[in-house]
Design a protein. Sequence first.
Lengths: 309, 423
Amino acid sequence: MNWPHKDLIGIADLAAGEIETILDMTPSFKEISQRDIKKVPTLRGKTVVLLFYEASTRTRLSFEIAAKRLSADTVAISQSGSSFEKGETMLDAAKNIMAMNPDCIVIRYPYAGTVARLARIMPCSVLNAGDGFHEHPTQALLDMYSMREHFGTLTGLHVVMVGDIRHSRVARSNAYGLTKMGARVTLVAPQTLLPPGVASWGVEVSTAFDPVIPSADVIMMLRVQKERIAEHLFSGDREYASFYGLNQQRMQRMKKHAVIMHPGPMNRGVEINHDTADSPRAIILNQVENGVAIRMTLLYLCLGGSNVD
Amino acid sequence: MWIKGARILDPASGLDSPGDLLIEKGHIAGIYPGGHNDAHQQNAIDARGLWAMPGLVDMHVHLRDPGYEYKEDLYTGSLAAAAGGVTTVLAMANTNPVNDNPSVTQYIVERVKEIGLIRILPAGAVTKGLRGKELSEMGLMKIAGIVAVSDDGRPIESASMMRRALEYAATFGLPLIVHCQDLSLSGKGVMHESALSSSLGLLGIPRLAEDVMVARDLTICEDLKIPLHITHVSSRNSLAIIRHARERGVRVTCDATPHNLLLTEARVADYDTNAKMYPPLREESDRMALIHGLSAGIIDCIASDHAPHAYDEKDLDFDLAPFGTLGLQTLLPALLKLHYDHKLDLLKLIATATVNPARILGVEAGHLSVGGPADIALVNPEALWTLTEDVIRSKSKNSAFLGLQFKGRVAYTICQGRIVYQG
């Protein structure tokens, strides 16, 4: 496999054919996780550093498990207890890590742009695990994989994403990827939580959730943070849940085969309820399972491992 | 000293003619369109092929001295100005301590005298500590040497303070320069709010943050009938508000920066923190509106908003880096670029950085006239050059124009009859 990218910074940088390649390769990696002995020697001798400067459970664990199942050595560094707390800049921290010669750095970072900058100066692979409000490419790939696994194709699927689109890197990465793959994307949020210039993303936009529910194949709920109340972006949980929450009544208006997704972590009782999050329509845990497989694929592609056995 | 054979360009008198200039004792002793036969050859600058214009007046610079000398000081700022053909600057008050009292003003005035390169005129703060709560000692500072007041870097948040500040500044005959920014609207924004900011994942600064303050300040200015100068206009909508006010006879003047006139938000696309400034680089439609405003005379001045920041401060995440770009050395080249690229009238353009700001500030500079100060920039209009860090005379190197090619380069800068720069 001749993969042209050293790094993965955003879905915006990938061509449709490349997304296709990633999705096509992933089942063979998913199969590894279903074995009794969940480990292959593909990345033996490779070092993967997980640099998480922002809270994360799912993504960090997912990357770590993915790397370990490919036999890479992993080292995880988190914000607390790191030199970041002592005022060291990301650039210096990264240069120091670089001096120890890892093969890949997986970075989650609170500010947009810095991961791309590091990728330009680092000889090793840099995988973006979420940078500010910019992109979260592995999340979008696992979401697209989960949709394709369920529906067989992405072409023509109607994917509705609901929530704080303005501040969501997941929404950005998914919107870029899904539109490239021929899906129809509708973003739903109150005007205040829509990003400026969203029309240029090639998506549809609606401030009302209810009218788009009957035509959706996928409804992806995004987390809404309480700090947006103080930023004058919405009034509070009660009103939000009433207009944008996925509850039992709304779920009943979905197409028979339509599914519910959420990138996590969920705010139960706000954008989603127990009766929708835990319903048979929810493929939220499949997303998590597929996350490991997608990240194995990406580590394999970017680190140029030996053949999968 | 003679300057022989230059194309003399003086917007104040409308002169555009080849000729000779005679300088004596720091003043212009003779202007000879067509040349002067008796001009003897000793002590003469052969200026054939060069343009001679008044030394530029940059009415918006930050020289960081006192307090932030690691970014720039009065000496390095003078070197940068001289290298840019700038002979008069207005130094903003956001130093440490803030120039809100006559002691700080005196320090600046005395230090500038010691350096003796270019004319640095201090601006005093409008409010103590730029905090917007109490008026500064404008009258005492005027005696010490300030020529204008501004809280630049910060808006005057309270409308009541804005009203009283205009009245109080007028009492002492000091022009007031406002930086229009509604902090609640600019919020945590770091670049222009647009589709690009959304895709880059950076929080935006909407035009509204400027527009609502421009509208408020013009309302106050119109009511009081006291002149007001609005600095670094960046939004096409603000410009329309200013145009309408001017049409009603409101006594407002304004300036725009070279970077807002030449660059757009696209410059931010690779997260280069040198392109992070306030107000932000905006869209092509804003840029074209500014250029139109310039040719229509709505924008009176071009001022650089020279804002040095140390390398380590700018070498941070885009969200965390400070706002600001250098500008002193690129002001004149930018004027020429506007002339070459947009066919703007050369004399009108030169006026925006010479006689116009000098008149607004009420200072004796920015024109070529017999008996007037011998502040002259001699420019090679054909020289092609690229801005690199080596060329920059400032202590800091944070220019949004790095890598850009200019046509037209300063050959000599003369301030009060002395050659302060030779290219």
